[in-house]
Design a protein around this ligand. Structure first.
Ligand code: PMM
Length: 284
């Protein structure tokens, strides 16, 4: 039996290792792959391709959360996301919907999504927690301090790890009070959301502290800004997001060995190997 917080959330399969969540951004403007899968058919093909390459589940989102992005309307988000969710679910893909809107979450679950991933942890839409409670699916509660504008892009902390754990505990409690089952709540430190590169490094170095929340942990560090900072040669610009995949694989291996339930990545092939190496070493 895996430790309590490595066990899959209720309703999802039990993998005997860290799970791999592939990303399908149905957006014209996401920071790492914006525009590539914007049309329904391309997004569906991308989702199926990710499964072929080793994704255990696929996260479908229609709204970019990159710093300074303006929000899209509800109708547009539904138009982008729901047909992709429906078609992937019809192919037996385990689909997670990445949304801050209760209406989109509910429509996605209706269309076959097995999980709701809300980067605001239920803060952006007061209808989200009741909607997920009614849908009876797992819910990712990410650490979030508001939309990424101005001073909020990098955030201010005295002790980032302690504050993130405490604030996540507050969101877990809100989800429980709102009727989401305890075994359906997943926590995520929100790498790059109101955090600078030092904050992100501290959170990943202390992933073990998130186990205090006693929930499955999702780590979504793929191609993010702090990796660009780590990889940049002195006095030169960071490599673009698509050149951060090898660094992402290193984070996947470390997250898996720190007991993460899942990692969310754009390029799944190498991460699928990394989580298997982590499992093999765990058992040695
Ligand atoms: N990051 C992004 C989008 N969705 N979901 C969770 N749970 N955690 C994250 O850190 C997260 C997310 C932004 O990255 P992308 O634009 O590359 O998808």
């Amino acid at each position: 039996m895996p430790p309590l917080d490595r066990r899959a959330p209720a309703g999802l399969p039990e993998w005997d290792r860290c799970a791999v969540m592939g990303v399908v951004n149905v957006t014209p403007d996401s920071f790492s792959d914006g525009g590539r899968w914007f049309h329904t058919a391309a997004a569906v093909r991308r989702g199926l391709d990710l499964v072929e390459r080793g994704a255990d589940l696929v996260d479908v989102g229609g709204e970019s959360t990159r710093p300074g992005a303006s929000r899209i309307g509800e109708d547009e988000e539904l138009r982008r996301v729901i047909p992709v969710v429906r078609r992937l679910a019809a192919e037996n893909v385990i689909v997670s919907v990445d949304t801050m809107r209760a209406s989109v979450a509910a429509a996605a679950v209706e269309g076959g999504a097995a999980m709701v991933n809300d980067v605001s942890g239920g803060l952006a839409d007061p209808g989200m927690i009741p909607a997920v409670a009614a849908a009876e699916v797992p819910f990712v509660v990410m650490h979030w301090r508001g939309h990424l504008h101005g001073d909020n892009i990098e955030g201010r902390y005295d002790d980032v790890v302690t504050e993130v754990v405490d604030e996540l505990q507050g969101r877990v409690d809100a989800a429980l009070v709102g009727g989401i089952a305890p075994d359906r709540i997943i926590v995520d430190p929100g790498i790059g959301f109101s955090k600078d590169a030092d904050h992100d490094r501290a959170l990943l170095a202390h992933t073990n502290r998130l186990h205090a929340l006693r929930r499955p942990i999702l780590i979504a560090a793929s191609r993010k800004r702090f990796l660009g900072r780590i990889l940049a040669a002195p006095d030169s610009a960071p490599p673009p997001p698509r050149e951060r995949d090898a660094a992402t694989v290193a984070v996947s291996a470390l997250a898996a060995s720190a007991g993460a339930w899942a990692v969310r990545v754009h390029n799944v092939r190498a991460t699928a190997d990394a989580v298997r190496v982590a499992r093999a070493l765990e058992r040695a």
